[in-house]
Design a protein around this ligand. Sequence first.
Ligand SMILES: [Mg+2]
Length: 207
Amino acid sequence: MTKTNHGGNNNFREGLTGAKISRFLLLPFQPKYLKAYLAVKRFEDISIDHLLKDGVEGVLLDADGTLGPHHTRHYPESVVAHVRQMADKGLKVAIYTNSSNKLFHQFAGIEIVREAYPKPDPRGFDTAMKDHLQLDDPSKVCMVGDNFVTDGGAISAGMRFIYVQPVKGNENIGHSFTRYLGTLCARLYYGDLFKNQRDAGPSTDNR
Ligand SMILES: [Mg+2]
């Protein structure tokens, strides 16, 4: 694909885009776009075997708040090992972040989505899936992230969404507040999913 940085500079990617604003405003009224496939406490709690059993072929991973704290320069070894295990077990894996943090040297061999519209723009998920996972069926792709407003846009793109409880960090108050409201909406509609947040295995019942 062309090397255009879709969606503008990094500050823009992390700030309020039109896609973020419209998704945020519509979320309370469109519960189907809040229906996660699974909710877990930590990224490492995601059972790779269950993903494979459920027909998942590729995963897109958010970075900030999901794999580590906001703008971290170093990810926990347990997280790096789990990402590597996903790839070793046959899943196609790519990191898809809106962050300006470009230090992913710990994830050698893992695709990094750098040239796509920022989440939750559906065009960004499509590019990430096709160009970085080499897949063309969104129902076989899982987005893993801590934010129903941005990462949860994967649901509108036809993908499954795994919600990870945010890793504490120093993100700005606007970011944490919109993320909190997005999760609150999801909890109101699908509270049972969060009761099982510590369970390791996803179930097709949650789709
Ligand atoms: Mg995040």
